[in-house]
Design a protein around this ligand. Structure first.
Ligand SMILES: Cc1cc2nc3c(=O)[nH]c(=O)nc-3n(C[C@H](O)[C@H](O)[C@H](O)COP(=O)(O)OP(=O)(O)OC[C@H]3O[C@@H](n4cnc5c(N)ncnc54)[C@H](O)[C@@H]3O)c2cc1C
Length: 504
């Protein structure tokens, strides 16, 4: 039995070093939280998976200081087009080439193993973070002080254990941590087998195009995506009577690709059958055990939002864990995590299912209704980011749960680079604060950004008819103030520990 009086070995153990575990570990490293990542595999997962992430994710990568390292490995996506069996455009989802209010572009294409390498490499910067590969976690027992984590070193069969304040399961769709939490899944109803093919072009084929194309052909729905470099992705429906092994044989793969490309024009990098699921864990936390990423939710990939949702989980969770392990907040703060994140990810999954209904042509009308109908033109899609669910950000204060923009400072820097992963008060003029309030904000480590620092701050506040706004480390608005009284409330909220009194 673990001696309960023994000191905790660690603040947080992360099970799994996929993109979500690695991002969470970087954020916790930034916060100075003692973290161990235990990963079963020796190296990054090699099968083809995510190819797209969005501006909000890039902002998280900026926060952990890795955006510059990632930029050379991404290309911008011009958008996605849905065409019917005759090749007619039925739904257009263009992405602007301009920067969004996040300070980044709306849509990046990337190769998941490239990103994972950069995230893992980035962990070397944090002395409090350690990664142990080839370590399979098999048991978790929690008591009032911590969690006993038992794992096996797969290189020599040696079993070890350690004691941590919290364990976060970033251990993917078949999560062990979810089993120890005892959570079932809410099934959102979409389960389809798709063959995913990555091919490396031997020579340029500009005719394939830069847009992602959804071929909404009832005979064989398929997706084409331009990847980075010479990599091109096809995702093709597998019919119910087809054998998963048989469709991954090279001859069959080339047969399925024949309308786009022929052998000799490209090398097949990978062909694998995935079942795309849509599900959300019912319970993301059981006391000291938590879930993030695919362990908590799975979506069909049609919006390219599966990993993005996990990166958002990490950004939402890391500062709350920091506040709890440092004693700044009560552990019940962590209950706001699922309340905020679960409705947000549900909205994305439901939209992905609707678009799936267009692609597989089984629910065209309902799917097309997600976009804007136009006279003599295809339906146009413009995906709005959902709001956070009612958690810490909720309350009577306006703008709570919205993403705050990233402002460009007068000296040209991006605002987040100044603020870091911290709370931020947006104000028109610093003179609006008394010396006492200013001292309290400094004490509470809250950055203050005014219209004098960045002119856009004043314009944004005026556009929303508010005098000030409190932004959380994950860049979501905690609340805004219209009046003097609300400003007092906002500042009191900002300076008080982020505990459950405001999380209910
Ligand atoms: C074909 C396809 C296309 C996709 N396209 C996109 C896209 O364009 N955009 C997007 O955002 N998302 C996309 N996704 C989804 C995205 O790939 C996943 O959401 C993402 O990889 C999940 O990351 P994760 O870190 O939560 O889990 P994973 O990447 O699954 O990582 C889990 C890690 O946990 C480890 N692990 C598991 N159990 C244990 C244990 N007991 N002990 C130790 N380690 C353990 C595993 O070895 C693994 O390394 C796509 C997925 C697929 C299949």
């Amino acid at each position: 039995m673990q001696d309960k009086s023994a000191a905790l070995d660690l603040d947080v153990v992360i099970v799994g070093r996929g993109p979500v575990g690695a991002t969470l570990a970087n954020l916790l490293g930034l916060c100075g939280v003692r973290t161990l990542v235990l990963e079963r595999e020796a190296r990054t997962y090699h099968l083809p998976r995510a190819v797209h992430f969005d501006d909000e994710c890039m902002r998280v990568f900026q926060t952990i200081g890795l955006a510059d390292a990632i930029l050379p490995h991404v290309i911008l996506s011009p958008g996605m087009r849905f065409v019917d069996a005759e090749g007619r455009l039925i739904l257009d989802w263009p992405r602007s080439k301009d920067l969004t209010p996040m300070g980044w572009h709306l849509s990046y294409r990337f190769h998941q193993p490239d990103l994972e390498e950069i995230l893992i490499d980035g962990l070397r910067r944090w002395p409090q973070v350690e990664v142990r590969n080839c370590c399979d976690v098999f048991a978790l027992d929690q008591d009032e002080r911590g969690v006993r984590v038992r794992y096996e070193n797969l290189t020599n069969g040696q079993q070890s254990e350690l004691y941590a304040a919290f364990v976060v399961g970033c251990d993917g769709a078949r999560s062990l941590v979810r089993r120890f939490i005892g959570s079932g899944m809410d099934d959102l109803g979409f389960h389809e087998r798709w063959l995913v093919i990555d091919a490396l072009l031997n020579h340029d084929r500009p005719d394939l195009g830069d847009y992602s194309i959804q071929h909404c052909d009832p005979r064989r729905p398929a997706t084409y995506i331009r990847g980075t470099g010479n990599r091109r992705r096809w995702e093709i429906t597998v019919h119910p009577d087809e054998d998963a092994q048989a469709v991954t044989q090279p001859a069959k793969v080339w047969d399925l690709l024949s309308r786009w490309i022929s052998p000799g024009e490209a090398e097949l990098e990978r062909a694998a059958v995935y079942t795309f699921h849509s599900a959300i864990a019912k319970q993301w936390r059981n006391d000291r055990l938590l879930l993030a990423g695919d362990s908590a939710h799975q979506t069909p990939p049609f919006l390219g939002q599966g990993m993005c949702a996990g990166i958002r989980d990490a950004a939402n969770l890391a500062w709350k864990l920091r506040d709890v392990v440092t004693g700044r907040a009560d552990a019940r703060l962590l209950d706001s995590y699922q309340r905020e994140r679960s409705p947000h990810v549900r909205e994305f999954i439901e939209l992905a299912i609707r678009l799936g209904g267009v692609i597989n042509t089984k629910a065209m009308e309902a799917g097309l209704a997600a976009g804007e109908a136009r006279d003599n033109a295809p339906v146009k899609l413009d995906v709005r980011k959902p709001l956070l669910g009612p958690g810490l950000a909720s309350g009577s204060l306006p703008l709570a749960g919205h993403l705050a923009p990233q402002f460009t400072l007068a000296d040209g820097r991006r605002g987040d680079d100044r603020t870091g992963y911290a709370n931020l008060l947006l104000l028109d003029k610093a003179a609006a604060l008394s010396a006492r309030v200013r001292a309290a904000l400094v004490q509470a480590e809250i950055d203050v950004l005014t219209g004098e620092d960045a002119g856009e701050v004043s314009r944004w506040l005026a556009a929303h008819n508010v005098r000030a706004a409190l932004i959380r480390p994950d860049r979501y608005v905690r609340g805004a103030a219209r009046s003097e009284a609300e400003l007092d409330l906002l500042i009191a909220t900002a300076c008080a520990p982020a505990d459950v009194s405001t999380a209910a």
